[in-house]
Write a new protein. Structure first.
Length: 422
């Protein structure tokens, strides 16, 4: 019996959600477009588009001016900083804006590297996006040693025993992902942070892939740094870094002399993309409104965001409970990552597969012709594709769900893949 959208026990109005995203109405070759490319960048609500446009129409100015539009810009940036503080569970002066997660991570790895000596160690993982790998390996030029924690190949989960064994007295940084962007594994970040701090090391968390799927509380995690990309959770192409205030004050950034020494601004190089900062505030407010619709009693934006992500996780869980078994029933298909429904709480709705006799590029191309937007390749998770020996022949086909996807889309996808495989 086919599962219908009505059978998903979800707490939000999916029709309202989809109405917020104008791009979802597009068609390809007469077929309704299905956006399964969220891990590479989600779609954005109309309010984000409006916020960017309205800023450029009314307040386009640099900061520091003794006039209205400049002051309005400063107020807008402060508001966006507060919005992201609510999103991550920290204070506004611990929020740093930047053009990308990669550039922010390079900035902080370079600053941290100033205090490291030859023989000091940094622990990485095989699950991570290369932006949380190469940024740290660059310090090997100065004699820093990097060590990489192993995975369990059967379900692409992090080997926590191996990670613990690699963190020692010489470890200065442990850099790990909250969730794996290629296969969807959610790591036990709190335990990773604990292991790092137990040895006096700092914990740097890449939450880019996790951010659209679950609430983040940096205080509860006790991480030293956490970075995410707003275009992965329904906002514009920018990134945000949380840093403990003590680290933002103590570390020394590469910066212009004219830039202030006050935090967090001294970590923001040059003029920010103001219109996109306006869009960041709007995407956070979209999620808060979703939470308020689920829980009208939510008394603060933070409470509303927590309610939103509780509902998002419930909805996405319903989708993968159909998607993953449906994919695994397809002849010749191999799924990489957690496939046991009892363990679905340990994964995001991001699925990586390979199908015998079909390259990932062929599958993505043929699905694209039918209106299904998926990704092929390594998604910059080079450590993982090399470790699993799939890099040499095309990596994976990645299917990434978001809360605006429907059960009908999942079922259409399963039918399309089955027809393509034959």
């Amino acid at each position: 019996m086919s599962t219908t959208q009505a059978e998903i026990k979800t707490s939000f109005d999916l029709a309202w959600v989809r109405s917020q995203f104008p791009s979802l109405s597009q068609k390809v070759n007469g077929q309704q477009a299905v956006f399964l490319d969220g891990p590479g960048g989600t779609q954005v609500p109309q309010r984000v588009i409006d916020a960017i446009s309205d800023y450029l129409k009314r307040n386009n100015a640099n900061t520091g001016g003794a006039y209205m539009t400049s002051r309005n810009t400063e107020a807008m940036i402060a508001g966006a900083r507060t919005a992201m503080a609510d999103f991550l569970g920290c204070d506004a002066d611990e929020i740093v804006f930047g053009p990308s997660m990669t550039s922010l991570t390079y900035a902080f790895s370079a600053a941290i590297g100033k205090g490291l000596r030859a023989g000091d160690e940094i622990v990485l993982t095989h699950l991570d996006h290369d932006a949380n790998v190469s940024t740290w390996r660059a310090l090997e030029e100065n004699g820093v040693v990097t060590r990489t924690a192993e995975i369990h190949e059967e379900d692409c989960t992090l080997d926590m025993n191996d990670l613990a064994s690699k963190i020692g007295s010489r470890t200065k940084v442990v850099a790990a992902g909250y969730a794996a962007n290629a296969v969807g594994t959610i790591n036990d970040v709190k335990e990773i942070v604990r292991l790092a701090h137990q040895q006096g090391a700092m914990a740097f968390v890449d939450a880019v892939h996790y951010a659209p799927h679950g609430a983040i509380d940096v205080r509860a995690l006790d991480c030293d740094f956490l970075v995410c990309s707003t275009y992965k959770f329904f906002g514009p192409h920018m990134a945000v870094l949380y840093g403990k205030r003590e680290h933002l004050q103590k570390l020394h950034p590469y910066k212009l002399r004219a830039n202030t020494n006050a935090i967090p601004n001294r970590w923001e190089w040059g003029t920010l993309n103001h219109e996109c900062v306006a869009g960041i505030a709007a995407c956070v407010e979209y999620l808060a409104d979703l939470g308020r619709s689920v829980n009208p009693a939510a008394g603060s934006r933070r409470a509303a965001l927590l309610s939103a992500f509780e509902a998002i996780q419930k909805h996405e869980r319903g989708l993968i409970e159909v998607l993953i078994p449906g994919l695994m029933a397809i002849r010749g298909l191999k799924l990489y990552g957690i496939s046991d429904p009892k363990q679905f709480a340990r994964r995001c709705p991001t699925v990586a597969v390979r199908i015998k006799g079909h390259t990932p590029l062929e599958l993505a191309t043929r699905l694209g012709e039918r209106g299904f937007f998926t990704w092929d390749g390594n998604y910059y998770a080079l450590n993982l594709t090399e470790r699993l020996d799939v890099e040499k022949d095309g990596g994976f086909l990645r299917i990434g769900l978001a809360h605006y996807n429907t059960m009908e889309e999942v079922e259409r996808l399963l039918t399309a893949v089955s027809e393509i495989v034959g």
